[in-house]
Write a protein that binds this ligand. Structure first.
Ligand SMILES: NC(=O)c1ccc[n+]([C@@H]2O[C@H](COP(=O)([O-])OP(=O)(O)OC[C@H]3O[C@@H](n4cnc5c(N)ncnc54)[C@H](O)[C@@H]3O)[C@@H](O)[C@H]2O)c1
Length: 382
C-alpha cells in the first residue's frame, strides 16, 4: 500500500468524528458529455445521494437521468433554479467553460461545495472571482484534473520533489493531436461563446498542470503567447463541414513563460498540426533532467517510461523509471477525494490556490497573442 493511501486512511480515522454519517446530497450542473463520468463515479460512493441535475436545454437533464436509471433525480433548467430550490451539500459543475465561473460562484455563495471541471474557467478575472467566493464561503472547491491521481503522474512529482533533479531552471511541456478537433456532442468546444478557449484551455491546462504541480506551482510572472486557428475553419478537419463556420477559438497555442524562481516554461499545444507530436515534456534541473515521453496527459497516461539523465562519477547515465501500475479509476478517485475532503474536513484535493496560476498562464497566453507582445501577470490578494 502506498504511503499516500495510508496517510489518507489515518487522517480519515483521526477525523472520523467530523463525519456525521449522513449521505451527502449532490447535484450535477450541465448534463452533457462529461457529466456521465461524474454520475457513474458518484454512484460508486455509498455516502452520496444524487438528488438534482440541471441543464439549460429543455428536457436534457431529465433525458440524461432517465438514460442512466435515475428517474428520481429532480431536474431543473439552470444552475440557479436548481440551487434556489434544493438544499445541496455539493455540486459538480460540468458545464462548458464559459459558464464555469457563474455556476461555481452561485453554488459557493449558497454554501455548497464545488467540484469544478477543468479548465477552471476562461479568464483570470473569473478565476479571481471564483477564489474570492470560495474564500468567503469556507467550502471545498476542487478543480477536475483527474490525471493528478495517476500513479505515473504522481511519480513525475515525486521525482522532482525528491530533489534528484536539483534546482529546476527550464521546463518544456505541451502536447496535442495531429487531427483531433473535439466536437463529441456538438460545437461547445469550438464556439467562442461556450468554450472561450480552444486547444489552449481544453488540453493545454493539463500539460501545464502536469509540470507545474511537479515543481510546486511557482507563480507565473510574464508570458509571451501565440495562438492560431489554421485548421478549425477547414471543413475537412471537422466532424461535420458546417461546424467550420462556428469555429471561434484557437487550435494551436505556444508560449514562453517566466515563472518565479527563475524558471523558464516553454509550452505548445495543438488540436491539429502537420506533425506527430510537438515534443516530449522535459524538466531540466541543475543536477539531473527528467524526460516525460510525449503523452496524452489528459488521459493520465505517459507516452513511455520516464527517464532521468544524470552524472554518476562524471559519467553520463540515463536511468529508466519503471512504469507504475494504476489501481482503480482516476475519475473515481477525483470524485472520492472531493467527497472525502467535504466529510473529513481535508484540504481541497486540487486546490484553486494552485490552479489560479494555471488559469493565469492560459489567460496570459490569450492576452499576449491578442496584443502581439509580452504581458505581465498580476494576481491580486484573494
Ligand atoms: N475531466 C475530463 O476528462 C473532461 C472531459 C471532457 C470535458 N471536460 C470538461 O467538462 C466541461 C463540459 O464538457 P462537456 O463535453 O460535457 O460539454 P457539453 O457541451 O457536452 O455539456 C455542457 C452542458 O452544460 C449545459 N450548461 C451550460 N451552462 C449551464 C448552466 N448555467 N446551467 C445548467 N446547464 C448548463 C449545456 O447546456 C450543456 O448541455 C468542459 O469544461 C470540459 O472542458 C472534462
Amino acid at each position: 500500500m502506498s504511503t499516500s493511501i495510508l496517510d489518507a486512511y489515518k487522517v480519515k480515522q483521526e477525523k472520523a468524528d467530523l463525519y456525521d454519517g449522513k449521505k451527502l446530497k449532490v447535484g450535477i450542473i450541465g448534463t452533457g458529455w462529461i457529466s456521465e463520468a461524474h454520475l457513474h463515479s458518484y454512484e460508486k460512493c455509498p455516502d452520496v445521494e444524487l438528488v438534482a441535475a440541471a441543464d439549460l436545454i429543455e428536457g436534457k437533464a431529465k433525458a440524461f437521468c432517465e438514460k442512466y436509471g435515475h428517474p428520481e433525480i429532480r431536474c431543473y433548467r439552470s444552475h440557479k433554479e436548481m440551487l434556489d430550490a434544493e438544499e445541496l451539500d455539493a455540486v459538480s459543475v460540468c458545464t462548458y467553460n464559459a459558464t464555469h465561473a457563474e455556476c461555481s460562484i452561485y453554488a459557493l455563495e449558497k454554501g455548497v461545495n464545488v467540484l469544478l471541471e477543468k479548465p477552471m474557467c476562461v479568464t483570470l478575472e473569473e478565476a479571481i472571482a471564483i477564489c474570492r467566493a470560495e474564500k468567503k464561503s469556507g467550502k471545498v472547491l476542487s478543480i477536475g484534473f483527474q490525471p493528478r491521481f495517476d500513479e505515473n503522474m504522481k511519480m513525475v512529482k515525486n521525482i522532482v520533489q525528491s530533489g534528484e533533479l536539483g534546482e529546476v531552471y527550464y521546463i518544456q511541456t505541451g502536447g496535442g493531436r495531429r487531427h483531433g478537433i473535439p466536437t463529441p456532442f456538438g460545437t461547445s468546444f469550438i464556439e467562442k461563446e461556450t468554450a472561450g478557449l480552444g486547444a489552449l484551455g481544453d488540453i493545454g491546462c493539463y500539460s501545464l498542470d502536469m509540470v507545474l504541480n511537479a515543481v510546486g506551482y511557482p507563480k507565473p510572472l510574464t508570458v509571451t503567447g501565440y495562438t492560431s486557428d489554421f485548421f478549425g475553419h477547414r471543413p475537412d478537419y471537422l466532424e461535420k463541414p458546417e461546424y467550420a463556420e462556428k469555429f471561434g477559438v484557437d487550435d494551436f497555442a505556444a508560449a514562453f513563460v517566466r515563472l518565479e524562481g527563475g524558471i523558464i516554461l516553454d509550452f505548445r499545444i495543438a488540436w491539429a498540426m502537420h506533425m506527430d507530436t510537438p515534443g516530449d515534456s522535459l524538466i531540466f534541473g541543475k543536477e539531473a533532467g527528467l524526460r516525460i515521453p510525449s503523452t496524452d496527459c489528459w488521459n493520465g497516461s505517459i507516452g513511455g517510461p520516464l527517464k532521468v539523465y544524470h552524472n554518476v562519477a562524471g559519467i553520463c547515465v540515463d536511468t529508466t523509471i519503471p512504469e507504475a501500475r494504476n489501481k482503480g479509476d482516476n475519475f473515481d478517485k477525483k470524485i472520492r477525494s472531493f467527497i472525502d475532503a467535504i466529510e473529513y474536513g481535508l484540504p481541497s484535493p486540487v486546490p484553486s490556490g494552485q490552479i489560479i496560476y494555471n488559469q493565469a498562464i492560459l489567460d496570459g497566453i490569450a492576452r499576449s497573442a491578442r496584443l502581439g507582445r509580452e504581458v505581465a501577470i498580476e494576481i491580486p490578494e484573494i
